[in-house]
Design a protein around this ligand. Structure first.
Ligand code: SF4
Ligand code: FES
Length: 260
């Protein structure tokens, strides 16, 4: 088993309002079989034994499915491996003597909680604005009674793969949440159950995105490149089309062009 040492430059910041700075740590005897978070666990154990505060970072499933983990490694959201969350990143991709710079997601809409952990509740508020299907009465009908074209079902599943990690926002030069929001809108908008609220959903969710202070999409494409679930930016185009159609429907008839 290969073991090696790394130098970590970690962003330490006690709270959203405190001033932060990089602090260097040595990570010794790193096993190639460790995950990145396991390597940090060992560094933290050493810090605790020395009476220092451990490095704060978010995590939960450590299986790439919950979306809780995420920070920048040498300027890349989730680190250097494509299609990989930082909890699934393994130390075999690094070598002895590497210097790594670990930073939290940098976005005005994701305030720093502590060190590498940020507050992503803005995403929850975007979902709460419209990312759901209302079932006002009775029990849900059997799934098989509502036929869904295979192509739509596949696309909806692709969109539903979004885990809400926020890497797309962190990597975007504009701090845009367009990829995340379009995945949530696309997922429901492709299914028959999502149609009754389709217009209302896209208008409310986009309005919430703007209110949360995320930037606008200028099609830089960084989000798609870094997304661990490979959500394509074509969902952003789909969201924009839906938004335009919904805005026209919502406009009072007197203000519409043509016969209105
Ligand atoms: S679109 Fe991709 S990068 Fe953005 S929140 Fe969803 S899974 Fe994470
Ligand atoms: S900890 Fe759940 S996706 Fe990384």
């Amino acid at each position: 088993m290969r073991t090696f040492s790394l130098t970590l430059h970690v962003w330490r910041q006690k709270s959203a309002k405190a001033k932060g700075k990089f602090v260097a740590y040595k990570a010794a005897d790193v096993s190639e079989h460790m995950s990145f978070l396991e390597m940090l666990d060992v560094v933290n154990q050493g810090l605790i034994e020395e009476g220092e505060d451990p490095i704060a970072f978010d995590h939960d499933c450590r299986e790439g499915i919950c979306g809780m983990c995420g920070f920048m490694i040498n300027g890349m959201a989730h680190g250097p491996q494509p299609r990989t969350t930082v909890c699934q990143l393994h130390m075999r991709h690094f070598k002895d003597g590497d210097e790594l710079w670990l930073e939290p997601w940098r976005s005005a809409a994701f305030p720093i909680v502590r060190d590498l952990a940020v507050d992503r509740s803005a995403f929850d508020r975007i979902i709460a604005a419209g990312g759901f299907v209302s079932v006002p009465t009775g029990s849900a009908v059997d799934g098989n009674t509502i036929p869904v074209p295979k192509q739509d079902a596949d696309l909806a599943m692709d969109a539903a793969a979004c885990i809400g990690c926020g890497a797309c926002v962190a990597m975007c030069p504009n701090g845009s949440a367009a990829l995340f929001t379009s995945a949530k809108i696309g997922h429901l908008g492709l299914l028959p159950q999502g149609q009754p609220e389709r217009d209302r959903r896209v208008l409310a969710m986009v309005e919430r995105v703007n209110a949360e202070g995320f930037g606008h999409c200028t099609s830089a494409g960084e989000c798609e490149a870094v997304c661990p679930k490979e959500i394509p930016i074509t969902f952003i185009a789909r969201m924009n089309r839906d938004f335009l159609k919904a805005a026209i429907h919502e406009r009072p008839a007197a203000n519409r062009g043509g016969s209105g």
